[in-house]
Design a protein around this ligand. Sequence first.
Ligand code: CMP
Length: 138
Amino acid sequence: MGKQTFTMIKPDAFAKGYTGAILAKIQEAGFRIVALKLTRLTAEKAAAFYAVHRERPFYQSLVEFMSSGPVVAAILEKDNAVEDFRKLIGATDPAKAEEGTIRKLYAESVERNAIHGSDSDENARIESDFFFSALERV
Ligand code: CMP
């Protein structure tokens, strides 16, 4: 089980001013922030980040949404990081997310679902490297 995961606060949650509350909840759950960045994805970057979903019907809309405004990217450290973080954020569809999860509290819809969390240790590494150079990590 890996010690790191990658997360991104999506444009919906950033625009509504939830960044501080979400980062507080992440830290209260025992995750240490080892990299943090406020940035924007171009449509090209969003398309590359979500390339695994390119055959899905929601892909084009997802790329437009993810490039529509700033995002906050972070690398988080904790034992069993990937699995524990996915529990903290809750189900992809906020209507199905458990009480107290970040998506239950802050997400709008299955697409505008407030936050991303890596689904495997390998993807955590790939996604972290997509956003952060070695010097940007503590
Ligand atoms: P995430 O799991 O972080 O990465 C893939 C994203 O695609 C997902 O969050 C949602 O933002 C989006 N997504 C997944 N399923 C759907 C769907 N059925 N309709 C629209 N968007 C979706």
